[in-house]
Design a binder for this molecule. Structure first.
Ligand code: GDP
Ligand code: MN
Length: 348
């Protein structure tokens, strides 16, 4: 099903060199890439995103892009994307297992739930949105094109990168032993994850042996030790993929997939990734990219002037993270032991 990977045609990169001058032979230092799931209709939006990442960062580094789609990309899509960067752009198709219903759900019950939820929250009635969230939660890190990657930087169409990134974020993550990087952390709409925490606790109860001795689980607990809805917005995330490839993460995802909430509710990949990061990582392994100016429809971040971020095109007033609830918790809270977590969740 990777037939579309015949792109680029023979000689294409030679022509690229002619077009872009003599600055060739960029060698990225980490096994990393920018990765996006997109539709053919996201053509203009993803070109705009990539143009910014090239301008702000990647033209000095040459990291590749990996674009994935549940339908074959059109030739004009691939041609237009490859022409916006001198980095390699890989195009991949998803297999049926990665894009579709969980084998554990009943399609008629899904149809009923979509009808019930369609006016309750955004995408409440969308089946493809469910496929998307399930794919990004449980399958994206398994795609053959990501096989040799250590890190991925997830990107999306129509976002804005407001400032220069004057260093290699992959290298920075590696050198500091960061496993998960985010910019914006809002609260999730609780109607979309009604049974996610209950299901997570069931998994914890059965898999205590997969939890680390210490974690940043305190970040996502409220006063009643329920889920406080804080999550890292996953439309930007830079992740050491060993997190998602771990035995614990896979077991957690399988448990969630069995429970059906990707379909009967609208569990997002953002809360799933975030709960996993909080349960499996320590605070010192999670990095807030405060110096990256960013917008995705809904929220923006603009670095505080003291950070001296360069060539920003955003307004300081538009910075959601400063003073926001989940960001305050990220600063104030500390790691807890596994024992403390189990005590708080009343799991013996
Ligand atoms: P939102 O950010 O939660 O509003 O969701 P988006 O519509 O931005 O979708 C998240 C990502 O998944 C974006 O990169 C989309 O391009 C991609 N996406 C969403 N639905 C589909 C789909 O049906 N097919 C494909 N190939 N990509 C999709
Ligand atoms: Mn989006």
């Amino acid at each position: 099903n990777q037939k579309q990977l015949v792109w680029p045609p023979k000689g294409f990169y030679l022509r690229q060199q002619e077009l872009y001058g003599n600055k060739t032979g960029l060698v990225p230092t980490e096994k990393s890439a920018m990765v996006a799931l997109v539709r053919n209709s996201d053509y203009h939006g993803i070109r705009k995103t990539i143009q910014q990442i090239e301008d702000r960062f990647n033209r000095e580094y040459g990291y590749p892009y990996i674009l994935l789609n549940d339908e074959p990309f059109t030739t004009s899509f691939m041609r237009g994307l490859q022409r916006i960067t001198k980095s390699r752009v890989h195009f991949g198709l998803l297999d049926k297992k990665a894009w579709g219903y969980s084998p554990y759900v009943s399609e008629s019950k899904v149809a009923k739930k979509l009808e019930e939820n369609k006016n309750r929250y955004i995408y409440g009635g969308s089946l493809s949105y469910r496929f998307m969230c399930r794919f990004q939660s449980g399958f994206i890190h398994k795609h053959p094109l990501l096989k040799s990657l250590d890190f991925y930087w997830r990107i999306e169409p129509d976002v804005s990168y407001y400032c220069d990134m004057p260093y290699d974020p992959f290298k920075m993550m590696k050198e500091n032993d960061y496993k998960y990087g985010f910019i914006i952390s809002p609260p999730e709409k609780s109607e979309t994850v009604e049974t996610l925490w209950k299901t997570t606790k069931e998994w914890i109860k059965k898999n205590k042996n997969l939890l680390p001795e210490k974690s940043f689980a305190s970040l996502i607990l409220d006063d009643n030790n329920d889920y406080n809805m804080c999550h890292f917005w996953s439309n930007f995330e830079i992740v050491d993929l060993s997190l998602y490839r771990s035995k614990a993460y896979e077991s957690y995802f399988q448990h969630l997939d069995r429970a059906g909430g990707f379909f009967y509710e609208r569990w997002g990949d953002a809360p799933v990734h975030s709960i996993a990061a909080a349960l499996f990582l320590t605070k010192s392994q999670i990095h807030w990219f405060e110096d990256v100016g960013y917008n995705h429809i809904g929220y923006s971040h603009c670095p505080h002037p003291d950070l001296m971020a360069q060539r920003c095109t955003c307004k300081a007033e538009d910075a959601y993270p400063y003073g926001a609830h989940c960001h305050n918790l990220f600063k104030e809270r500390d790691d807890i032991t596994k024992e403390e977590l189990l005590r708080r969740l009343e799991i013996s």
